[in-house]
Design a protein around this ligand. Structure first.
Ligand SMILES: Nc1ncnc2c1ncn2[C@@H]1O[C@H](COP(=O)(O)OP(=O)(O)OP(=O)(O)O)[C@@H](O)[C@H]1O
Ligand SMILES: [Mg+2]
Length: 334
C-alpha cells in the first residue's frame, strides 16, 4: 500500500489537511492577508478572512482559489506553504511527506500542473492528484471498488461536483462552477432588492448559515441581520425570516438539480437502480444550507444523506487514498 502522509483538500473556501494517524489538523479559510508594499504575510486562514472588507490600502486580503482551481498562483503557493508548515508543527514527520491533493473533475492539464507545482514547492516527496468525488466517497467509508453505483454530490464554496462512482472510478460526472459562495451572493442580492439593505460578505455568509434555507421549514424562524441602508447610508437591522429566503436560491437550486438529472440521464440503467437503492450522498459545506437534502429528495424522489463531517470528508478521503492509488497504478501498468 502507498503511504500517504497528508491528504489536502485545496478548496475554494477552505483548505483542509488530514494527517496520517492524526486526522484533520487544518480546516481554515483559503484566505491570505499581506502587506501591499513589503508583501509580508500578516495573516492566513480565519484571521485573514476576518479582515475581508475591513482593511486599509496598505493591506491586501486575497482568496487565491476560484471554482476549485488556483487563480492567483503566487498567493496560493504562499498560503499552502503556511498551512503545511502549521500542519507539520502538529505532528513531526520523518522525511518528506507523500501528499494526496484533491481536484475538481475535468480540470485542464495547466490547472493540474499549477496544483502539483505549488505542493512540490512545500517540500513534498510524491504528489498524487485525486478527483474530489472519489475522495468524498472514500472519506465517507464507501467501498468504491465494488461495482455498486454510488452518487456523490459535493457542494463546496465555488464548485458542485456531481458523480456516479462504480468499480473504483467515476462512471459519469460533471463539475458545476457554482457553490455555497454563490448562495451567499444570492442572499445578499435578495436582501438588497427586497429591503434596500447592503450586506457585507461576512454578514451575508453568517445570515446564510444561521437562517437561510432552500426548503421551507415547518416552523418559520428569523435572524437579525445588520447592514447598511441603501437609502440613507446608515446602519440598519432587520429580522430576516427563514422561509422568505427560499426564493432567493431558486436559480441555484435548479442548476444543481439539472446537474443531478443530467448525470442520472447519462448513466446505465443498472447504475441508476443502485443509486435509487443507495441514495445520494451529499458532502461539502454547501450541503449544510438548510433543506438541501430535502429539496433534492423532493425533486428527484431519491433519498439523500449528508456526510458526517461534510466539509472535511474530502481531505480525510485523500488521506486514506493510499490503497486506492496503488490499485489505480497497477491498472495503468496493465
Ligand atoms: N452550516 C452551514 N450552512 C450553510 N452553508 C455553509 C455552512 N457551513 C459552511 N457553509 C458553506 O460551505 C461553503 C464551503 O464549503 P467547503 O468548505 O466544502 O468548500 P471548498 O471545498 O473550500 O470549496 P470547493 O469544493 O468549491 O473548492 C461556503 O460557501 C460556506 O459558506
Ligand atoms: Mg471542496
Amino acid at each position: 500500500m502507498y503511504r500517504i502522509d497528508m491528504g489536502i483538500d485545496l478548496g475554494t473556501s477552505k483548505v483542509c489537511i488530514y494527517m496520517r494517524d492524526k486526522g484533520i489538523v487544518i480546516n481554515q479559510p483559503s484566505v491570505l492577508a499581506y502587506e501591499r508594499k513589503e508583501k509580508k504575510i500578516i495573516a492566513v486562514g480565519y484571521k485573514a478572512k476576518k479582515m475581508l472588507g475591513k482593511t486599509t490600502e496598505a493591506i491586501v486580503v486575497e482568496k487565491p482559489m476560484q471554482h476549485g482551481v488556483i487563480s492567483e498562483y503566487a498567493i496560493a503557493e504562499r498560503m499552502i506553504k503556511a498551512f503545511i508548515k502549521n500542519a507539520l508543527r502538529k505532528r513531526r514527520l520523518l522525511g518528506r511527506p507523500n501528499v494526496c491533493v484533491t481536484v475538481p473533475q475535468g480540470i485542464t492539464e495547466v490547472e493540474r500542473r499549477a496544483v502539483e507545482d505549488a505542493i512540490v514547492k512545500t517540500g513534498a516527496k510524491e504528489i498524487f492528484l485525486l478527483e474530489s468525488p472519489i475522495a468524498s466517497a472514500l472519506g465517507t467509508g464507501v467501498d468504491i471498488m465494488e461495482t455498486t453505483g454510488h452518487m456523490i454530490v459535493d457542494i463546496g464554496g465555488g464548485t458542485t461536483e456531481i458523480a456516479i462512482i462504480s468499480a473504483g472510478d467515476i462512471a459519469y460526472g460533471i463539475s458545476l462552477k457554482i457553490g455555497g459562495d454563490d448562495f451567499t451572493d444570492a442572499l445578499a442580492r435578495f436582501v438588497r432588492r427586497k429591503y434596500n439593505i447592503e450586506l457585507g460578505e461576512l454578514s451575508a455568509e453568517d445570515a446564510k448559515v444561521e437562517i437561510a434555507g432552500v426548503y421551507p421549514r415547518t416552523v418559520d424562524s428569523s435572524y437579525e441581520i445588520k447592514g447598511k441602508s441603501q437609502i440613507n447610508g446608515l446602519p440598519v437591522r432587520l429580522d430576516l425570516g427563514a422561509n422568505e429566503t427560499v426564493e432567493a436560491f431558486d436559480d441555484l437550486v435548479n442548476q444543481i438539480i439539472d446537474g443531478i438529472m443530467k448525470v442520472l440521464d447519462q448513466a446505465e440503467t443498472e447504475l441508476i437502480a443502485d443509486v435509487g437503492k443507495e441514495g445520494i450522498l451529499l458532502s461539502g459545506g454547501g450541503s449544510l444550507i438548510y433543506g438541501m437534502d430535502k429539496v433534492i429528495t423532493a425533486r428527484t424522489g431519491i433519498k439523500v444523506s449528508i456526510a458526517d463531517e461534510p466539509d472535511s470528508v474530502v481531505a480525510a478521503g485523500a488521506g486514506m487514498a493510499g490503497e486506492y492509488i496503488m490499485v489505480q497504478d497497477e491498472e495503468n501498468k496493465k
